[in-house]
Design a protein around this ligand. Structure first.
Ligand code: GDP
Ligand code: MG
Length: 185
């Protein structure tokens, strides 16, 4: 039997320099670059994933389209509609060495929801390789994710820790939601 296929768009949000571009680079190319390449406008990357069967069905091939954005606040309103339109999931990225980047995610998520309605969110607490300098931990993350029914992952785009798992877990949640809705219809 042909595996089911599914296309899903996900967007990364978060303040400048939290590691959004680096997380995508790690996930898609399995690579890391120390240079800070400021993303201009948006960049779209693609990755194919397989979601294992949960309900006795065949596995699902997921074509994930991953949208990167620049972090400048002024552009948020301007690009919002185009950037978030059609997104099925959001990755909300904070830098563990800067607590304010976690607080700022509420605004970003409001912005997404105003375009997409409620969709699954994955929090990534990035730069976990710098955990000695961390300003936030489990307690803050539990607090921040509670309102959104979201999961969180401690990640490092530098070492790769947690990155693949976090993307994969989001793909699984989106795919299963979508299949459940289709089966119910
Ligand atoms: P963006 O503005 O959110 O896209 O952030 P970037 O991906 O451009 O990363 C900003 C800076 O943080 C760059 O210098 C990266 O090399 C660095 N960086 C990104 N992720 C990590 C990480 O997991 N650990 C460490 N130590 N540095 C990181
Ligand atoms: Mg970037």
């Amino acid at each position: 039997m042909e595996p089911r296929r599914m296309k899903i768009k996900v967007c990364l949000v978060g303040e400048a320099a939290v590691g959004k571009t680096s997380l995508i680079r790690r996930f898609v190319l399995d690579d890391f670059d120390d240079k800070y390449i400021q993303t201009l406008g948006t960049k779209v990357s693609k990755k194919e994933l397989t979601v294992p069967p949960a309900d006795g069905n065949e596995p699902v091939k997921v074509d994930m389209t991953i949208w990167d954005i620049m972090g400048q606040k002024g552009f948020r309103e301007l690009l919002k509609e185009a950037y978030f339109y059609g997104a099925k999931g959001v990755i909300a990225v904070a830098d563990v060495t800067r607590k304010t980047t976690l607080d700022d995610l509420d605004d970003w998520i409001e912005g997404v929801y105003s375009v997409t309605g409620k969709i699954p969110i994955q929090f990534m607490a990035n730069k976990w390789d710098l955990k000695d300098q961390a300003e936030l931990g489990e307690e803050e993350l539990v607090q921040a994710t509670k309102a959104y029914d979201a999961a969180y992952f401690l990640t490092s785009a530098k070492s790769g820790e947690g990155v693949e798992t976090a993307f994969q877990d989001l793909a699984e949640r989106i795919a299963r939601d979508k299949l459940a809705k289709k089966d119910a219809a």
